[in-house]
Write a protein that binds this ligand. Sequence first.
Ligand code: CA
Length: 359
Amino acid sequence: MKRREFIKKAAVGVAASSTFGPVFAQTQKRIRWRMATSWPKSLDTIYGGALTVAERVRAMTDGKFDIRVYAGGEIVPGLKVVDAVQQGTVEAGHTAAYYYIGKHPAFAFATAVPFGFTYREQNAWLYDGNGGKLLGELFDQFNMVGFPAGNTGVQMGGWYRKPINSVEDLKGLKMRIPGLGGKVMARLGVTVQVLAGGDIFPALERGAIDATEWVGPYDDEKLGFYKVAKYYYYPGWWEPGPTLHFFVNKDAWNRLPKEYKEVIKTAAAQANLQMQVDYDYKNPQALKRLLKRGVKLRKFPLDVMKAAEKEAFALYDEIAAKDKFYRKVYEDWKAFRADINRWFATAELAMGQYLFAKL
Ligand code: CA
């Protein structure tokens, strides 16, 4: 092509795109997806994470990529989201990976394990550390790709009818606590029960259970536990910074245009930030309201924390001895944990102790 002709054609190209709007918007494919979630709509912070992903995707594609969000049980049972994504019944899901430790124990590391990572530590391991890559291998085995898309921050340690003054007080206690936290509690003598959200209050009220954990002040207040169990313990050492995931069926992912893949990554990252922001905004007010209603706030005794941590790591070692892939993830996680906790024990801890301990 002669130079003059080339310039002329290039100029026409520029003119065309500025006259008829961005080329990107015109060439975008229309896509409709369904996203199953594990959440009732009433839990607006956690369900909000799924909504954020869908809203940002819609906004960034001028409505061309439309993901419809469904509450738990609407099209898929709340604890079967990964199954549905894996099989392609839905293209996407928003859930907690640790609900699926029955499929593979390493799913726990994607969300939270007792005495594991806080929100920021979890993100450092998932985004920049080896966490994302290692768990990506796991998700791939289940025909999915996954993105962090929300976090609750450190959870509370739950509601108890009587104070917990030592490890002895845990023996024989009937408590609703799922997952690995429940397995550790069981090793400390607790009779563990797993109940869905809506069944907890009635069980606590009629004395079928003595204690329960849920999330934190804002979500716990809605379920009304303070009416029947006055002692509210912290911290929820089994969930220091649980990550929620946005999972996509691998075949659906592979069919997406490249720019839509980028849109999803950005939307999930936004949800990962926004959910934590929502909890940090709403929990302080909810805690104030709970304290006005006579809730007794208590810190877990040190001997309970130490005994639980010891049992937690004994449990991880047992699982690692049986499963090679789990061991690979666990060893990376453990090394990362040692380094990052040492770093957080310096400036972060000193600042936090000074700022918060005065209150
Ligand atoms: Ca919890």
